[in-house]
Write a protein that binds this ligand. Structure first.
Ligand code: NAD
Ligand code: UDP
Length: 324
C-alpha cells in the first residue's frame, strides 16, 4: 500500500481544490484544506467534514502559516477574470506572497510543493498551440496582469527556491477547466452559459465569439495534478495540463443550447480588454512524461456539469463580487 501522507491543499474549498481533496482522501491521505472562501463556500467540502482524515482551516494565504506536511498543492487564487479583477492588488499578493509562504513551508519541512499555474502565462499567444517553451505575450499593465504576472512571478519563485534551496517543486500550467462545483456566478464562460441557459436568460457572447478556448473536464485535470505530484523529482515542469480540443465560444454556446434544450437567445456583448484570441495546449510533454491525456470529451463533460447545475439551488450561492 502507498504510504499515507499529510497533504495541504491551499484553495482546497474551491472548484478544483474540493475535487482534489476528495481524491486525496480516497487514497487514505491526511488532508488539510486551507481556504479563505473568497471565491468558494464551505458547501463545496461540507460532505468531507465528517471524514477523520480531513481538516478545514480558514486562513488567508497572504499571511504566513506554519504546518507540518509532506506535500502541498498550491491552488489558492481567484481564477475567473471577474474574481481576480475585483481586487487586483489582492490577487497579486495572493499569488506572490502565497507562493513565498508555501515555498517557505516546503523548505522548512522538506515537503514537495506543486504550483497551480495557468495558460494565462502565455497571454494572448502568438504561438499556437502553446508549448511550454513559448515565453508568452502578456500585457504587464492591463486588467489581466494581476493574475497573469502574479502567476508568472510565482513560477519564478518556485524555480528560484528549487535552484537555490533545492525545494522539491512541480509547476503545472492549467488550461480552461470546467465541471461540477464551479461557482455559478464566477463569470467564466462555461458557468455563465449554463446558468443563463437553465434560467432562460440571454446567452452572452463577448465579441464575435470567434475566439477559441480548449476545455478540460475536472476529473481529467485532477488526475494530471496527482500524476505530476507523484512523478519523478527530476521533472519539475512547467507542464501544460488541458484538453487539446479547441472550440470557438460560439460553438460552445450552441452546444450548451443543444444539451440544455433552452430557448435562450445568443446576444453579443463587448469583448473585454486583452481577451486572448485563441488558446490550445500542446500536451506532448504531459503525454511523454506523465502518460497523461484527457479522456472526457466536451459534450460528455458538459452534460455532467449541466446535470449538476440543474441539481443546485442558485439562491444558495452568493455572487462573491459585483463583477460577474
Ligand atoms: P476557485 O476560485 O474555485 O478556487 C480558488 C480557491 O482559492 C477558492 O476556494 C478561494 O476561496 C481560494 N482563495 C482565493 N484567495 C485566497 C487566499 N488569499 N487565501 C486562501 N484561499 C484563497 O478556482 P479554481 O478553478 O478551482 O482554481 C484553482 C486554481 O487553479 C487557481 O490557482 C487557479 O488560478 C488555477 N487555474 C484554474 C483554471 C481553471 O480553468 N479552473 C485554469 C488555470 C489555472
Ligand atoms: N466569454 C463570453 N461570455 C461570457 C463569459 C466569457 O463570451 O459570458 C468569453 C470570454 O470573453 C473569453 C472566453 O469566453 O473569450 C473564456 O472566458 P473565461 O472568463 O471563461 O476564461 P478566460 O478568458 O480566462 O479563458
Amino acid at each position: 500500500m502507498a504510504s499515507i501522507k499529510r497533504v495541504l491543499v491551499t484553495g482546497g474549498a474551491g472548484f478544483l481544490g474540493s475535487h482534489l481533496c476528495e481524491r486525496l482522501l480516497d487514497r487514505g491521505h491526511d488532508v488539510i484544506c486551507l481556504d479563505n472562501f473568497f471565491t468558494s463556500q464551505k458547501t463545496n467540502v461540507a460532505h468531507l467534514l465528517d471524514r477523520p482524515n480531513f481538516e478545514l482551516i480558514r486562513h488567508d494565504i497572504t499571511q504566513p502559516i506554519w504546518l507540518e506536511v509532506d506535500e502541498i498543492f498550491n491552488l489558492a487564487c481567484p481564477a475567473s477574470p471577474g474574481h481576480y479583477q475585483y481586487n487586483p492588488i489582492k490577487t497579486t499578493k495572493t499569488s506572490v506572497l502565497g507562493a513565498m509562504h508555501v515555498l517557505g513551508m516546503a523548505r522548512r519541512c522538506k515537503a514537495k510543493v506543486l504550483q497551480a499555474s495557468t495558460s494565462e502565462v502565455y497571454g494572448d499567444p502568438e504561438v499556437h498551440p502553446q508549448t511550454e517553451s513559448y515565453r508568452g505575450s502578456v500585457n504587464p499593465i492591463g486588467p489581466r496582469a494581476c493574475y497573469d504576472e502574479g502567476k508568472r512571478m510565482a513560477e519564478t519563485l518556485f524555480m528560484d527556491y528549487h535552484r537555490m534551496n533545492r525545494v522539491n517543486i512541480r509547476i503545472v500550467r492549467i488550461f480552461n477547466t470546467y465541471g461540477e462545483r464551479m461557482h455559478p456566478y464566477d463569470g467564466r464562460v462555461v458557468s455563465n452559459f449554463i446558468r443563463q441557459a437553465l434560467t432562460g436568460q440571454d446567452i452572452t457572447i463577448f465579441g464575435e465569439g470567434e475566439q477559441t478556448r480548449s476545455f478540460c473536464y475536472r476529473d481529467d485535470l485532477v488526475e494530471g495534478l496527482l500524476r505530476m505530484m507523484d512523478g519523478p523529482d527530476d521533472f519539475v515542469g512547467p507542464v501544460n495540463l488541458g484538453n487539446p480540443g479547441e472550440f470557438t465560444i460560439r460553438e460552445l454556446a450552441n452546444l450548451v443550447i443543444e444539451l440544455t434544450g433552452t430557448k435562450s437567445k445568443l446576444v453579443q456583448r463587448p469583448l473585454p480588454a486583452d481577451d486572448p484570441t485563441r488558446r490550445r495546449p500542446d500536451i506532448a510533454l504531459a503525454k511523454q512524461r506523465l502518460h497523461w491525456e484527457p479522456k472526457v470529451p466536451l459534450r460528455e463533460g458538459l452534460a455532467r456539469t449541466i446535470a449538476w447545475f440543474r441539481s443546485i439551488d442558485l439562491s444558495d450561492y452568493r455572487p462573491p463580487t459585483a463583477n460577474y
